[in-house]
Design a protein around this ligand. Structure first.
Ligand code: SAH
Length: 342
């Protein structure tokens, strides 16, 4: 069976060809699926009953059933969603001055097993469909009653480990007849899968690429992120240069600061040396607690010193405002099963 929400207009037209529909019907269906974000065929109220019955029989619509919602002082909401097959995932909506941004999960679980991240702790279940990534944005939009203006692919999972579905999701989310989110308002974050970064550079998508770097050298990075064995820093940074050159887009480098692990001024200076010649911007993330993993957040003073060391060497640096830590909705805190209700 086909997931109707995962299809672009041309694919929808050919999938529904046996039903001999008028073009305007197909456009209506695309509108329901993409712009309005319905959860079920029966909600497409301007379609004839018989057509709805046919659609229900021959296709399905990927959906996100909200099973839990937690709110953090009106600036962040975390959702636990159940997918059609019972898998559960988390997404987060965050309010910024420029509008609402949704942090989307790309997989149920994660294969990457980064030492500091909760998402990989329960292993990997499956890739999400493009429609399941869209459904997260739509469910948040419908819950908030306000339009979502930005998307960050920074929830659970490694988006480039689910490459085809992720690229399809990007094409659907930016479609003028769908959610129509601007390409520049979308960021995709990766732990550094080099072949896929090169592929993405050739997709003609204007999205921002974020690299989770977190260390200035291979020894430390491999300890924190096992993927570094397969794609060491030199290869990763070379692929970042290719991406910046091909797309003209500045790379965003994410560096989470863990107390006494990667946050010394020497680490900062080593990082500066590694980033020479790369069109980039460094985003420092005061690490978020995942108690069972034993990593702690750097002291504010260490964060300040790290930031100014980078700045003095001419790098563009921001410190990420952490939202939702009180509801375990911050970076690295999302899980397949959520945190049980107290
Ligand atoms: N797999 C992708 C997408 C996940 S995005 C990636 O690795 O980029 C989630 C971001 O949160 C990544 O930058 C990740 O490294 C970071 N992160 C994970 N655990 C964290 C923690 N405990 N504190 C701060 N950031 C963390």
């Amino acid at each position: 069976m086909t997931d109707l929400r995962s299809l672009c207009p041309e694919e929808l037209r050919s999938a529904l060809a046996p039903l001999c529909l008028h073009d305007y019907r197909t456009r209506q269906i695309f509108d329901w699926l993409q712009r309005r974000g319905v959860q079920a065929v029966q909600e497409m109220t301007n379609l004839p009953k018989e057509l709805r019955a046919q659609l229900e029989q021959e296709c399905f619509i990927s959906s996100c059933e909200m099973i839990k919602k937690q709110e953090s002082s009106s600036v962040a909401r975390k959702y636990l969603f159940r997918l059609r097959d019972g898998e559960t995932i988390e997404s987060v909506a965050m309010r910024y001055s420029y509008g609402w941004s949704v942090c989307v999960s790309s997989q149920a679980g994660c294969r990457m097993a980064c030492a500091f991240c909760a998402s990989g702790q329960q292993g990997f279940s499956r890739d999400l469909l493009p429609g399941e990534m869209l459904a997260q944005v739509q469910a948040a939009q419908n819950d908030l009653g306000e339009a979502i203006s930005h998307i960050v692919l920074m929830g659970m999972g490694e988006p480039l480990d689910n490459y085809e579905n992720t690229v399809k999701f990007l094409r659907l989310a930016t479609h003028p007849e769908g959610l129509h989110i601007g390409q520049r308002k979308i960021s995709i974050s990766t732990c550094g899968l080099v072949p896929q970064i090169d592929m993405l550079a050739n997709e003609r998508l204007g999205v921002t690429l974020s690299i989770s770097l977190h260390a200035p050298n291979d020894a430390l990075r491999t300890r924190l992120m096992p993927i570094n064995k397969a794609y060491p820093m030199a290869e990763l940074l070379a692929s970042c240069k290719r991406y910046a050159k091909n797309t003209g887009r500045r790379i965003s480098l994410e560096y989470a600061l863990f107390r006494d692990v990667n946050d010394s001024p020497e680490h900062a200076r080593e990082l500066v040396g590694r980033l020479k010649g790369l069109l980039c911007h460094v985003n420092l993330i005061p690490a978020n607690a995942v108690p069972e993993l034993g990593f702690q957040r750097s002291r504010p003073e260490q964060v300040r010193v790290f930031q100014s060391t980078l700045e003095q060497c001419g790098l563009a640096v921001t410190v990420r405002r952490s939202l939702g830590g009180d509801i375990d909705a911050a970076c690295g805190q999302l899980r397949k099963r959520g945190i049980p209700c107290e």
